[in-house]
Design a protein around this ligand. Structure first.
Ligand SMILES: [Zn+2]
Length: 105
């Protein structure tokens, strides 16, 4: 993957091209992602009702980390256009959240 070339004005997922050297990560298709996406609010509610009286409120970093993870690697959450020096193809590269102990990228 080469250096950053430019930032497009808006996300254009249709420009994503898979090639021999590039395959978008598509985190939203993983079971791990779907688990957090589908259950985050339910978990936060359950924690508040069942565990908060005994253990205190959830630390804000928990919700923040999961929310960052759900945005991580998704073109709709920010991207750069890059050119591969080998195949000369242009690709859209989604930003990573870099959340400590949680980011899969
Ligand atoms: Zn991440």
């Amino acid at each position: 993957m080469g250096p950053l070339l430019s930032l497009p004005r808006s996300p254009l997922p249709s420009l994503v091209r898979e090639g021999p050297n590039y395959r978008p990560r598509r985190p939203e298709r993983t079971a791990f992602y779907k688990l957090f996406e589908g259950r985050l609010l339910e978990y936060l509610r359950a924690h508040e009702e069942r565990f908060e009286p005994r253990d205190g409120p959830l630390r804000p970093v928990v919700k923040e980390s999961v929310e960052a993870f759900l945005e991580c690697g998704r073109l709709t959450s920010g991207l750069a256009r890059v050119r591969c020096p080998e195949c000369r193809g242009e690709h859209l590269l989604a930003f990573s959240c870099r959340t400590r102990n949680f980011c899969p990228s």
